[in-house]
Design a protein around this ligand. Structure first.
Ligand SMILES: Cc1cc2nc3c(=O)[nH]c(=O)nc-3n(C[C@H](O)[C@H](O)[C@H](O)COP(=O)(O)OP(=O)(O)OC[C@H]3O[C@@H](n4cnc5c(N)ncnc54)[C@H](O)[C@@H]3O)c2cc1C
Length: 372
């Protein structure tokens, strides 16, 4: 066991340093014990608040209880022709307050694991460790885990969105159903859908979400939300907040992933959906178990088969964006609720995969297989 040790007035030696205290970094820090460690993060949880959603079983619902903003046993995918409604006993679609989740992890740090509220600068890696500066202090660590976000390349596929937290004038008709994708919106600029999480019968998170290479003006997403609300006869009483986000759906070159990268920086974002929270949780649990046994290597967050399948999916989407709605709706239709949750979580069974593959338009996918 070792603790923070000042080798000079300026340098502190550590077992482990974690750069970035977001989803991956602070989760790892909260699981560390028996090591001298720091997690370096310039922003407070409140400054980084957003909604993180995932399909959770009952154990995970308990685990994240303090941060859960909403939970739905039913979710739907809608286009002009179909509404696919899923109801599950086993999986609930839950939405977490990122700020509450990170604040809770920060409060769980044990003695010997310190949070430095500053940016890490002059990061120099040597083997698996290295040195850096933060808050005017120099640190040396035997092991560095780096969760700084990867750069988003301009021409890559992205999920980008603008969302509002609103209170409605009157109660909405079905607050127990989460709308994951409603495609009855402008599809002329890429795959576009409205995402709605009703936190109560009068409080909604509503987002206009695009999967395409290029971002739109904020006004464009706002118009889409306005038009959707108007069609549903939902009037806003108060707009409580607005959030925007860009999630890269590009595959990271495995050779370019830095040693010690964790979270999104290590390829934890699902290429076809932008979901990452569940993958990061699994990666960090495995990593922290490894660390306690003396194995400091970072587990791969998403296996090669899933990445390969997602790349084919993204390839089809880039080549023929007009097929996006069909692919999404057919996927939801082909699976029951539990199968859909497993599929989105990246743990689909052989039978789930067979059902999805059989439901897909064949020629575009076969073409993509040859282009990979
Ligand atoms: C708005 C938004 C909504 C999302 N919603 C979902 C969702 O609903 N479900 C889902 O599964 N996924 C979601 N994702 C994707 C993914 O889960 C998140 O991006 C997640 O935060 C990735 O975790 P991470 O730890 O890899 O990176 P981050 O959480 O981004 O953490 C990286 C941290 O590094 C810090 N940092 C940067 N530079 C430095 C530096 N020099 N020194 C120290 N610290 C530094 C940053 O401040 C940041 O806190 C969402 C992403 C975004 C952007």
């Amino acid at each position: 066991m070792s603790f923070l040790h000042n080798t000079s007035s300026k340098s502190t030696e550590l077992d482990i340093a974690i750069i970035g205290g977001g989803s991956a970094g602070i989760t790892l820090a909260a699981k560390l014990s028996k090591f001298s460690a720091v997690v370096v993060e310039p922003k407070t949880p409140t400054e980084r608040d957003c909604s993180w959603a995932l399909w959770a079983n009952s154990a995970q619902k308990k685990q994240f209880k303090a941060a859960i903003k909403g939970s739905w046993q039913q979710w739907r995918v809608v286009d002009h022709h179909t509404e696919v409604l899923h109801s599950s006993e086993k999986f609930h679609y839950i939405s977490l307050s990122a700020a509450k989740y990170m604040a809770q992890c920060e409060s769980e740090l044990v003695e010997g694991v310190d949070l430095i509220r500053a940016a890490a600068e002059n990061i120099c890696t040597e083997g698996i460790g290295g040195s850096f500066n933060a808050a005017g202090q120099q640190y040396k660590a035997k092991r560095i885990y780096d969760s700084r976000p990867p750069k988003v390349s301009k021409d890559s596929l992205k999920q980008h969105f603008l969302g509002w937290d609103i209170r409605t004038k009157t109660p909405i008709t079905n607050p127990k159903i989460a709308t994951l994708m409603d495609f009855r919106v402008d599809q002329s600029r890429g795959l576009h859908f409205i995402y709605v999480l009703p936190f109560s019968d009068r409080r909604l998170l509503i987002e206009s979400t695009m999967i395409s290479k290029h971002l739109e003006d904020k006004e464009w997403y706002r118009q889409a939300i306005h038009q959707w609300l108007e069609k549903q006869d939902i009037e806003i009483e108060e707009k409580l907040g607005e959030e925007t986000g860009v999630i890269p759906m590009q595959s990271l070159n495995p050779l370019a992933i830095k040693s010690g990268a964790i979270g999104a920086a290590s390829g934890a974002v699902r290429l076809s959906s932008g979901y990452a929270f569940a993958n990061i949780q699994a990666q960090i649990s495995e990593l922290s178990e490894g660390i306690s046994r003396g194995d400091f290597s970072v587990p791969v967050p998403i296996g090669p088969f899933l990445n390969y399948m997602d790349k084919i999916f993204n390839g089809v989407l880039m080549a023929q964006p007009e097929l996006g709605v069909t692919i999404m709706v057919r996927t939801a239709k082909a699976l029951d609720a539990d199968g859909f949750a497993r599929f989105m979580l990246g743990s689909a069974s052989f039978i789930d995969w067979a059902k999805v593959i059989l439901a897909m338009p064949k020629i575009p996918f076969i073409k993509q297989i040859f282009l990979q």
